[in-house]
Design a protein around this ligand. Structure first.
Ligand code: FES
Ligand code: FES
Length: 157
């Protein structure tokens, strides 16, 4: 085991890890950040996405010790206390959440997208969701949610 420090949602955690433990495993099984989901564990579904230094990354393929010194944001760090983030509100309002399993990863992808591009086109939104699988919604409501969130974050809705 190796002691590492992880900066998660603005707080530092010291944690003993094995060299082959993924960030997803440490988040869920060691630190109890269970909002981040494990859909496939093989880099295919996007349910495990977290922000690492502002980029949406599949945490099932990041070794935990490689995330030392980085700024990690999980879905638990997106809301401000009990106040949901406008992206989360837009997902709820448009019916973009059904079973919800994909939703944390979708929200993380959306946050990274809108931080980098506040006015994405529909094509850019679809492209950003390329690595996020949803079995329930058919994506239409998710794209609508992202368009609504983008408008609100620009102060237009
Ligand atoms: S659990 Fe990581 S991509 Fe599916
Ligand atoms: S809402 Fe069920 S997988 Fe997306």
């Amino acid at each position: 085991m190796q002691l590492i420090k992880l900066l998660i949602n603005g707080k530092e955690y010291e944690v003993a890890v094995k060299k082959n433990w993924t960030l997803l495993y440490v988040l869920r099984e060691v630190l109890d950040f269970t909002g981040t989901k494990c859909g496939c564990n093989t880099n295919d579904c996007g349910a495990c996405k977290v922000l690492i230094d502002g980029e949406a990354v599949n945490s099932c393929v990041v070794l935990a010790h490689k995330a030392e010194g980085k700024n990690i944001i999980t879905i638990e760090g997106i809301a401000e206390g009990s106040k949901l983030h406008p992206i989360q509100e837009a997902f709820i309002e448009t019916g973009a959440v059904q079973c919800g399993f994909c939703t944390p990863g979708m929200i993380i992808t959306t946050k990274a997208l809108l931080d980098q591009n506040p006015s994405p086109s529909r094509d850019e939104i679809v492209q950003a969701l390329d690595n996020n699988l949803c079995r329930c919604t058919g994506y239409v409501k998710i794209v609508e949610a992202i368009e609504l969130a983008a408008k609100r974050l620009r102060g237009e809705a």
